[in-house]
Ligand binder design. Structure first.
Ligand SMILES: [Zn+2]
Length: 333
């Protein structure tokens, strides 16, 4: 048993409380390799933004969970070395799908876990989420649970159809599970292909596809039912056109990749939404930069040569999200 407190990590309780009160959101960035982690920590340290490092089941399988945990521990020391006196870094399990997986993460030093039982019937979702919350709370680890279904594909989480969270269920769900935050479905979606072109309208001026807006009415209803309760948005990459273009220009094939417009995320961040998950944008920035570098430098074969610009591109993207979309800069001096 390792406590996250001994690793210099923090849970989400304080950061969410401040974010809800302050009208901003905490970035939750997924990582599964060193360059991504360096870029996240550099961006957070430079902007003094609290940050949530997310590890998915897929990342655990890819990189090894023990190694990822040590990397997060190293990230705290690295942040201090970069001059961030009081780093507010949370290590969070993304989409835990069983009690055993969540327990394993609590026991190995995660400061927060998500139990995603949203695909189960309502009562089973409550029972499993409560079991995880009861276990995690003994160690002061915070728990995110989910109600409603997001469409899209992300690592091992996939659903064809979404259905919005039902506001009439949220009080009962939050009370009976004891969860610390609630992931909801209001129109965001996993992956880089969040919408089919036929779901979008065409901007007459630019000719670009405009996705359907988020269901702010549902979000506001949920907020009214649970005043001040931390709400989480998954699947909130904006799929920047410049990275899609960069990938496609240098040999990629990502037709009709569509994300959530940043104006909508900015609006959501001002509400009770206090955690916004971003993964695909980092993948796109990294792949675009690598493709570009290798296309322009066909003789390069040292991975550092193409991973360095990829890391810089990711850092730029993370800083942009923190400062211009979530508003979490300067919130963790
Ligand atoms: Zn997710």
């Amino acid at each position: 048993m390792v406590s996250y407190k001994d690793l210099g990590l923090v849970n989400t309780r304080e950061m969410f409380k401040k974010a809800v009160a302050g009208g901003y959101a905490i970035p939750a960035f997924n990582f599964n390799n060193m360059e991504q982690l360096q870029a996240i920590i550099q961006a957070a340290a430079e902007t003094k933004s609290p940050v949530i490092l997310q590890v998915s089941k897929g990342a655990r399988n890819y990189a090894n969970s023990t190694l990822l945990r040590y990397m997060a521990e190293g990230a705290v020391a690295y942040a201090k070395e970069l001059g961030w006196k009081n780093p507010q870094i949370c290590l969070h399990l993304d989409h835990g799908d069983s009690f055993e997986l969540c327990k394993d993460c609590v026991d190995m030093g995660f400061s927060s876990v998500m139990i995603d039982a949203s695909s189960l019937p309502y009562e089973e979702n409550i029972a499993l989420s409560k079991k995880v919350a009861d276990y995690a709370h003994q160690y002061d680890v915070t728990v995110e649970a989910e109600l409603g279904v997001l469409a899209g594909v992300e690592d091992e989480v996939a659903a064809e159809e979404s259905h919005y969270t039902r506001p009439e269920e949220v009080i009962d769900f939050a009370t009976r599970t004891g969860c610390d935050s609630l992931a909801i479905s209001v129109g965001t979606s996993h992956g880089a292909y969040k919408f089919k072109p036929e779901q979008c309208t065409v901007d007459p001026e630019t000719g670009k596809l405009v996705p359907p807006p988020l269901a702010f009415d549902v979000l506001h209803e949920i907020e009214k039912k649970l005043p001040g309760f931390p709400i989480v948005l998954h699947g909130s990459s904006s799929v920047p056109q410049e990275y899609v273009d960069m990938c496609n220009k240098y040999g990629g094939n990502l037709p009709n990749a569509i994300g959530i417009p940043e104006e909508q995320l900015r609006e959501a961040a001002k509400s009770a939404v206090c955690k916004i998950n971003i993964d695909s944008d980092s993948r796109l920035a990294m792949t675009g930069a690598i493709r570009k570098h290798l296309a322009e430098n066909p003789g390069h074969f040292d991975p550092r040569q193409y991973l360095k610009p990829a890391r810089e591109e990711m850092k730029k993207m993370y800083m942009h999200k923190i400062i211009n979309v979530l508003g979490s800069d300067g919130k963790a001096e």
